[in-house]
Design a protein around this ligand. Structure first.
Ligand code: NAP
Length: 323
């Protein structure tokens, strides 16, 4: 497996998002099966694993901790915290520390390599969060820190206080808003960019049908990209990806990941799957190399295609009101 540098961390060029084992995509596999799949991803060369305190109310961190315990010193674990209601400055440090200690306990480790603020509300000064992160780095509790779904301004202000390791945000062929300012800022400042939902929640694999139905906490119930009309309207995109993928002897999912790997060398996607063949397929995208000419052709063709539907946090909050 090829490796990449994000901030000061060395990670496999493609990581594994583990959220789906506990949260967000409906019924999952059993814990022993999930642990086996996470270990298999490591065997396949993956050294970058993404979790969060919020996935399954801590259950996902426990799972990841158990799965990676035997290889703990060979992997980079990233987890995330929410701050909750607006704290005073003194409360902020105490609150983040308490959350980190709880995450470390669930992960069964004394530090994490990467600790993200899961969302960056304007009500809490990024400088205050960055200061706490600097202290945690000094203490060796975390090796680096990041922000998720942050704006360019938030990235720059936070980075000026305690340099960021990575920004993790939704990025794929179907969601490219961060190309305008955040990805260029990451490039300028030497920050890694970690796309979540890099396969647009699986749509870019070409395996989604307008007849599919979703249950429980499955985000695909509420994100507009999975509206039946949008699935139909986005078929030209899949046609294009399938054509290019065939040329490269790859799958549409692999082509979608290879596209972002080609774009910048500090981009490290973290696709998620609960099936061994798909984990293998996704990690295998690191070996699908595009030439500059192929990349330009893909970009030119993509520019002609309109994308229908999206995935927004506002949509996802509907899940809890929509049982
Ligand atoms: N920071 C944040 O706010 C945030 C938000 C969302 C996610 N994340 C992180 O990012 C990770 C990835 O996000 P995501 O899970 O939404 O990414 P994704 O890989 O774009 O989508 C995952 C979905 O696609 C399916 N899938 C994956 N690979 C496939 C393939 N090769 N062929 C067909 N279907 C495939 C999976 O189904 P199966 O499982 O059934 O294979 C699952 O339903 C998460 O695990 C989490 O760690 C972070």
């Amino acid at each position: 497996m090829k490796t990449r540098a994000i901030g000061g961390l060395q990670v496999s060029a493609i990581g594994l998002g583990t959220m789906g084992f506990s949260h967000g995509y409906g019924p999952s596999v059993s814990d022993p099966e999930a642990i086996g799949l996470i270990r298999k991803a490591f065997d396949l060369g993956c050294t970058f694993f993404d979790t969060a305190e919020g996935y399954g109310a801590g259950a996902n961190e426990q799972l990841v901790g158990r799965a990676l315990a035997p290889v703990r010193d060979q992997v980079v674990i990233a987890t995330k915290f929410f701050i909750g209601s607006t704290p005073t400055r003194a409360e902020l440090g105490r609150r983040i520390r308490a959350r980190l200690e709880a995450s470390l306990g669930r992960l069964g480790t004394d530090h994490v390599e990467l600790y993200y603020q899961h969302r960056v509300p304007d009500s809490i000064p990024v400088e205050d969060v960055a200061t706490v992160m600097g202290e945690l780095i000094e203490e060796g509790k975390i090796l680096g820190w990041g922000q998720s779904q942050a704006t360019e301004e938030q990235v720059r202000r936070a980075h000026a206080v305690t340099p960021l390791t990575a920004v993790q945000s939704e990025y794929s062929i179907m969601e490219r808003m961060w190309e305008r300012a955040v990805i260029p800022a990451c490039e300028e400042l030497g920050i890694g960019f970690v796309p979540f939902s890099p396969l647009a929640s699986g749509f870019l694999s070409g395996t989604v049908s307008a007849d599919d139905t979703y249950t429980g906490d499955d985000v695909r119930r509420v994100i507009s990209r999975f509206d039946k009309d949008n699935i139909r309207a986005n078929q030209p995109l899949l046609g294009l990806l399938t054509g290019f993928a065939r040329e490269k002897d790859a799958t549409p999912a692999q082509l979608s990941l290879a596209w972002m790997l080609h774009k910048k060398d500090f981009i490290v996607p973290i696709p998620g799957s609960r099936k061994l063949n798909r984990i293998q397929e996704n990690l295998g995208a690191a070996n699908v190399t595009l030439t500059d000419d192929e990349f330009t052709r893909i970009e030119n063709e993509l520019a002609k295609i309109e994308i229908h539907g999206n995935r927004t946090d506002e949509d996802i909050t509907k899940l809890s009101h929509d049982e």
